[in-house]
Design a protein around this ligand. Structure first.
Ligand code: DPM
Length: 325
């Protein structure tokens, strides 16, 4: 025991450990979170720990085939559950709608533009998706983008593309594709917004659930961490994304099912549009619900049930049966 006659030494300030994937985009996002927290809490120490996830390692298999159960998140989650780190910064769209026991979604940050964009090969500078020549090759490994673009642009062909954003852009520039589809948000965060050739409007491509927002995951009931994270929470984005995630959760669809959404918040009124598409893009089943933002999750669930009744259930059954075969 230290005698009180000596100057009291304040306890070593706690260092908060943030776990992140290693990709350039993941680190940009994580460093933004760290810098914001450091600005709000100058007395605390923050340290970034990086890890590779299965999704970073398995690059030769289509995203839709490896499944979606925490492809980009599980190793980070294990680290938090072991106590090796305190919270994880994810692209919200990569975070499954059901989290492992003991973990929770601690906060959702302000969303960037959630839309998808076409990045085009320089030789097609004067073209758009509508005017690219028949057979032009578009890269995406998102079933959601694939189904919607097949529907609207049947003259195009589609080819899988994997790897982080830099790798994909290199594959495009090297001539493997005439264009690729990427999220506006990722390109902007990487300071590559100048590569956006065409932003896809909602009537062409509904975006993925949670696209453009960051989701911060932490241990359930970790009040110290939750209090820190609350300064980064963005209420309008949170309402929109909770509705979107409830919609996806109710449909139990991840990367293997083409599911898209769009949300709009006007004062306290939330409008949620959702879509389930068949893989070939022939069927697009879509509807819109509106209600108070305080009931965001209920709206998402309600919309999912409506789409099921409109024929989405048959599409889900078909895709699930094919995946089991
Ligand atoms: C998920 C998908 C993709 C990523 C599927 C989808 C895109 C895969 C592809 C679940 N995660 O969107 O339907 O097109 O081959 C991903 C990106 C971002 C987060 C990159 C991107 C950045 C944007 C954001 C990959 N995850 O979509 O261009 O923060 O939302």
């Amino acid at each position: 025991m230290q005698s009180t006659a000596f100057p009291v030494v304040s306890p070593t300030p706690r260092t908060i450990r943030i776990v992140s994937r290693k990709s350039q985009l993941a680190l940009i996002q994580t460093h933004w979170v760290r810098d914001e927290l450091q600005r709000h809490f100058p007395e605390l120490g923050f340290e970034v720990v990086t890890m590779e996830t299965q999704g970073d390692k398995v690059l030769d298999v289509s995203l839709s085939k490896i499944g979606d159960k925490g492809l980009f998140t599980q190793e980070l989650e294990d680290s938090m559950l072991r106590g090796d780190s305190d919270f994880a910064v994810h692209s919200l769209k990569d975070l499954p709608t059901r989290l492992p026991e003991g973990l929770m979604l601690g906060c959702i940050t302000e969303r960037e533009d959630p839309a998808d964009a076409l990045v085009i090969h320089p030789s097609h500078r004067d073209k758009t998706l509508a005017t690219l020549p028949p057979g032009a090759v578009i890269g995406t490994s998102s079933l959601r983008r694939l189904a919607q673009l097949r529907h609207h642009y049947p003259h195009l062909t589609f080819k899988d593309i994997r790897g982080n954003l830099n790798t994909r852009l290199r594959k495009l520039d090297e001539g493997g594709y005439d264009g690729i589809i990427l999220a506006v948000a990722g390109l902007q965060r990487m300071d590559m917004g100048d590569r956006i050739h065409e932003i896809l409007p909602a009537d062409i491509s509904l975006h993925a659930v949670g696209q453009g927002a960051l989701g911060i995951e932490c241990r359930e009931g970790d009040e110290d961490i939750l209090k820190l994270l609350s300064v980064l929470s963005h209420a309008p984005t949170t309402a929109r994304c909770l509705a979107e995630r409830a919609f996806l959760r109710e449909l139990e669809g991840g990367c293997q099912v083409p599911i898209g959404v769009n949300t709009h918040l006007d004062e306290d009124t939330l409008t949620l549009t959702g879509l389930v598409a068949s893989l070939d893009g022939q069927q697009l089943i879509q509807n819109t619900v509106q209600g108070p933002s305080a009931e965001a999750e209920a709206l998402g669930t309600q919309l999912a049930q409506q789409l099921r009744a409109q024929g989405a259930q048959a599409i889900l059954d078909e895709i699930n049966a094919a995946n089991r075969a």
